[in-house]
Design a protein around this ligand. Structure first.
Ligand SMILES: Cc1cc2nc3c(=O)[nH]c(=O)nc-3n(C[C@H](O)[C@H](O)[C@H](O)COP(=O)(O)OP(=O)(O)OC[C@H]3O[C@@H](n4cnc5c(N)ncnc54)[C@H](O)[C@@H]3O)c2cc1C
Length: 390
């Protein structure tokens, strides 16, 4: 298999790399040795991180590198999904404050670009792409996570708009978001029928954002409550009743935003080279597994890019990538903690990675859901029994 970039990809990668070399270092965060996106940040550090993230986004926009794959007419840089993937890969070589943007750029922007009316794109895309606003994704509820079709938040039609009532949970970065992309039940219909997607102002009356604290002490996600929150008809994304289709396009876009480089093989090698750890062949075996996973993820990333270049929807690579990334992170952290011995019980980047990997096993589709997808769609095994609820 030829794993090298095409001449077009080489040219694009080179120009992205050259621009990044000149521009990214000024926006890098201090080297804390942090490996997990869920590592601890104090509230002051979180605010600084978000501000730096917006500043980097604004700079990319001013220089024509923001919103790759989004039409220039709507504030993007044009270009293709493979270009976006190449840029992301190069951008990942720097310690840039990117995680605050993961939901906005990975999910909300592609969905708005696909489904938004001209007016919605004008009003919402430019502020996101130019680093003036963040957004969040309001899908999960206390009783609807993996089973998204079970959502209960309601949108009731009124004479001049919609009345929203219900609760969302695990909403990443809602505390910094200007508006949210909400999925609600607008008709009394079963499961994935009768759902509608909305864009909702999070600072308006009837919307309450409450923080959730993680085991690491960090606060990246929230609960969001809607009590008779009003949205107008022009806040509907897609058509009323088309919410499931809109939501599925978001989950498809999310597959392009996975970052397989986050496994941690390189810092693990650095640790093993420099530390005086006990002679334990299991540590070397585990490192070999981490290294192998990292390599396979690189190949999967190429497959994803090739599929995008050929205009094919992302296939099972997304589920496999998600599953392997999490396994790789967990194994890397476990290997490092074995090598660190008693020092491993102290708070350090590897303990953060270990607890962070547990979050990765859940967010963006749990391990079990990924395994179901691989079993059914790749291996052709019988479908899991689905419970039909009314
Ligand atoms: C870091 C992080 C960030 C997140 N950010 C957001 C966000 O910004 N917006 C948002 O809307 N949501 C967000 N979520 C929520 C996330 O999408 C849900 O947590 C996830 O979909 C799982 O849902 P749940 O927590 O309700 O667990 P459940 O769906 O209740 O699952 C509980 C357990 O049952 C298993 N299970 C469920 N169904 C099956 C099945 N059919 N077969 C086998 N096993 C099954 C699961 O694998 C899991 O182990 C985030 C979650 C995390 C961890």
């Amino acid at each position: 298999m030829d794993l090298s970039d095409s001449p077009d990809d080489v040219a694009y990668r080179d120009s992205a790399a050259a621009w990044l070399a000149d521009n990214a270092p000024a926006f890098e965060e201090p080297d804390t040795g942090r490996l997990s996106v869920f590592g601890f940040r104090s509230s002051v550090e979180s605010v600084t991180h978000v501000e730096q993230s917006l500043a980097w986004q604004a700079h990319k926009h001013a220089e024509g590198w923001a919103g790759i794959g989004v039409s220039k007419e709507y504030g993007g840089s044009g270009g293709s999904i493979p270009h976006k993937l190449l840029f992301t890969e190069e951008e990942g070589r720097y310690r840039l404050p990117l995680d605050a943007q993961s939901v906005t750029m990975g999910m909300v922007v592609p969905t708005l670009a696909q489904w938004g009316t001209s007016e919605q794109r004008e009003r919402h895309l430019l502020p996101l792409l130019s680093g003036r606003q963040l957004s969040c994704q309001l899908f999960s509820e206390p009783d609807a996570g993996s089973d998204l079709a079970a959502i209960r938040t309601t949108a009731r039609k009124t004479a001049d708009g919609w009345l929203i009532n219900g609760q969302k949970i695990w909403t990443s970065y809602a505390q910094y978001a200007s508006f949210g992309y909400l999925l609600a039940r607008s008709e009394d219909a079963p499961r994935h029928h009768g759902l509608t997607a909305f864009l909702i102002d999070l600072k308006q009356p009837g919307v309450t954002v409450r923080p959730l604290k993680q085991a690491t002490g960090a606060h990246t996600f929230n609960e969001v409550f809607f009590d008779d929150a009003v949205v107008s008809d022009d806040a509907v994304l897609g058509r009323p009743g088309q919410g499931w289709e809109v939501a599925m396009s978001t989950l498809m876009a999310e597959r392009y935003s996975l970052e397989p480089d986050m496994v941690g093989a390189k810092p693990l090698l650095d640790l093993l080279r420099t530390s005086d750890y006990p002679a334990d062949p299991a540590i070397h075996r585990q490192f070999a597994d981490v290294y192998t996973i990292q390599h396979i993820l690189g190949i999967l990333k190429l497959r994803l890019r090739t599929a995008a270049a050929e205009g094919r929807a992302p296939g099972p690579e997304g589920s496999i990538t998600k599953l392997l990334s999490t396994d790789g992170q967990y194994l890397a952290a476990d290997t490092a903690l074995r090598a660190l011995g008693p020092d491993g019980v102290l708070a350090n980047p590897w303990t953060e990675l270990l607890t962070g990997a547990l979050g990765m096993r859940i967010g963006g589709g749990t391990d079990e859901i990924m395994k179901n997808a691989i079993a059914e769609r790749v291996l052709g095994l019988p479908r899991e029994p689905r419970v039909q609820q009314q």
